[in-house]
Design a protein around this ligand. Structure first.
Ligand code: GRF
Length: 213
């Protein structure tokens, strides 16, 4: 069986990247882990695992475009089926997003389209939300936008802080991201007319679930 190449982009701890690596998804080849941050803990973890790692420090480039050209040069060596953003903390320009349209996926710690951007848990708490969650979506040129692939809804407890919520949300992120990557590379999930469908199950509650805690 021909394995599909995926490239993972990280910036920090890389716990989502670790969950993808540890899932040992049978028909994927993790071709490269790229970080824009030389101090990324995830990069060190991946190096210790013997994975193919690259650091492309955005500070070494004068412009966003110059940084992205370098990123593209590195990514294109692997001809990836998917580019997985896993806590990659750089905004990607139209140049990059359009080049890999329908190939880039991202995980975001809220139920999009609510709470685009940073500090999602803090904002959900300030808003008095009763439910939050995480979303995996295809990346378009608009920040935290693009066709939604999967979501998990997570109830907010009365005594939750941004930290506890972050910790609990990450546990679900770690479960759902490898599953989605598996389903995408196996063409179980398909993008049609700007929406994502499950080809296998007509009523798929696995990729859109409310978890009771
Ligand atoms: C997660 O909250 C994810 O939803 C967001 O960035 C964070 C990454 O965490 N995109 P990690 O680096 O995977 O631990």
């Amino acid at each position: 069986m021909n394995k599909k190449n995926i490239v993972i982009l990280i910036s920090g701890i890389g716990s989502n990247m670790q969950s993808i690596v540890n899932a040992n998804i049978s028909n994927i080849n993790i071709s490269a882990i790229i970080s824009n941050n030389p101090k990324s803990e995830g990069l060190i973890w991946a190096q210790n695992k013997g994975l193919n790692t690259f650091c492309i420090n955005h500070n070494d480039f004068q412009t966003r475009q110059a940084f992205e050209y370098e990123l593209i040069k590195c990514i294109d060596k692997f001809n990836p089926t998917l580019i997985v953003l896993a806590g990659f903390k750089r905004i990607l320009s139209d140049l990059f997003c359009n080049k890999y349209l329908n190939k880039i996926i991202n995980i975001h710690p809220s139920l999009l389209p609510a709470f685009v951007g940073l500090n999602t848990h803090k904002r959900a708490l300030e808003y008095g939300c009763k439910i939050t969650g995480c979303t995996i979506h295809f990346v378009t040129c608009e920040l935290d936008n693009g066709p939604i692939i999967a979501q998990i809804a997570i109830p907010i407890k009365a005594n939750d802080s941004a930290d506890t919520l972050n910790k609990r949300t990450l546990e679900y992120e770690h479960q759902i991201y490898p599953k989605v990557i598996n389903d995408l590379v196996n063409d179980h999930l398909i993008l049609k007319d700007g929406k994502v469908f499950n080809k296998i199950k007509v009523n798929d509650f696995n990729t859109s679930v409310l978890i009771n805690i």
